[in-house]
Write a protein that binds this ligand. Structure first.
Ligand code: NAP
Length: 295
């Protein structure tokens, strides 16, 4: 077995993502010699103790990061500023501070200025998830063959970046570095907008009069059913993602609404060729995803 990358890894937030990292670290043994977990509520802390997925559980984030050579923020992105403020004075010199947040410019904006001199800041985002949350939701294969995007600010220590890249490779992920604004635009279209549409369509169905709503549930075919899976995701996490990727999300939404209008026009005027062409494009995209093993 390779040497552990870190002596002590502190996970601040131990839901789907944090608990998956903890489980992998425990199973492999070459990520960190010790894993410390922190969460907001006593119930989650107690559950983590029962599950035995961390070596130590700390209710206080400052105590959790003390002496850690890697600290990973795994809470909703809206909580990062307060968390960073609480831990900044307690970060060990030379430690790496990283995160898994779904938005990257906001994390750099909120956390970056609070990082003490001598601590390396390597923002990251594993592109893997399910609609489940909490410490029971994590599993060791979550990141396998998924991408993890790193968005280190210019001038970040290269060894620190490489250590975080290696951490994610040991979690099974493929790693790429990306500029944060670009990350936020790409994620707005591949993840944030689809979630927004799923939440919205479920709301639309729920607003229907009683009789039709009943039928939506009873006869939910794959189309609506697939949307409900995405719409079952954690409300706090997604609220924070929308509010912290506002510009890119609104831009993609505006483009989407224009295209949806064009589709509506084609339906109204019976433009069969237009409709067929759009459906064909959808099929081609699906086929490419399958070929890239990202389906
Ligand atoms: P989750 O399952 O809901 O877990 C969130 C964790 O953060 C819980 O342990 C929670 O503790 C803790 N927490 C919540 N509010 C906090 C606060 N104010 N201060 C400190 N800790 C707090 O969430 P997740 O799905 O793992 O997502 C975590 C992060 O990963 C988010 O930033 C998200 O954007 C990112 N991400 C998510 C996905 C996905 O698909 N789910 C994919 C990639 C990245 P309590 O249980 O005690 O409240």
């Amino acid at each position: 077995m390779a040497e552990p990358l870190f002596r002590r890894l502190a996970l601040l937030g131990i839901g789907l993502i944090g608990s998956s990292v903890a489980r992998i670290a425990k199973e492999r043994g070459d990520i960190a010699a010790e894993v410390v977990a922190n969460a907001r509520t006593p119930a989650t802390l107690e559950r983590v103790r029962q599950l035995g997925i961390a070596d130590r559980v700390e209710a206080d984030p400052a105590a959790a990061v003390a002496g850690a050579d890697c600290v990973m923020l795994c809470a909703p992105v809206g909580a990062f500023a307060a968390l960073a403020e609480a831990i900044a004075p307690h970060l060990a010199p030379g430690a790496i501070l990283t995160d898994v947040g779904s938005t990257k410019q906001s994390v750099i904006r909120d956390v970056g200025p609070l990082v003490p001199a001598g601590v390396h800041f390597v923002p990251a985002h594993p592109l893997a998830g399910t609609e489940y949350s909490g410490p029971d939701a994590g599993f060791t294969t979550l990141f396998e063959n998924r991408w993890c995007l790193l968005t280190p600010p210019p001038g970040t220590d290269e060894d620190a970046v490489e250590k975080i890249a290696e951490l994610w490779r040991r979690c099974g992920a493929m790693v790429e570095t990306m500029e944060p604004a670009h990350h936020d635009r790409v994620l707005a279209i591949v993840s944030h907008l689809p979630h927004l549409i799923a939440f919205t369509i479920c709301g639309t169905a729920d607003d229907l009069e009683d009789e039709s709503r009943q039928e939506v549930l009873q006869f939910a075919a794959t189309g609506f059913r697939d949307f409900t899976r995405i719409a079952a995701s954690d409300p706090v996490m997604w609220r924070d993602v929308f509010l912290n990727n506002r510009e890119a999300l609104l831009e993609m939404l505006a483009r989407f609404m224009e295209d949806a209008q064009a589709m509506a026009r084609a339906v109204r005027w019976g433009d069969a060729a237009y409709i067929e062409d759009k459906i064909m494009r959808g099929r081609r995209i699906r086929r490419s995803l399958i070929e890239l093993k990202q389906a």
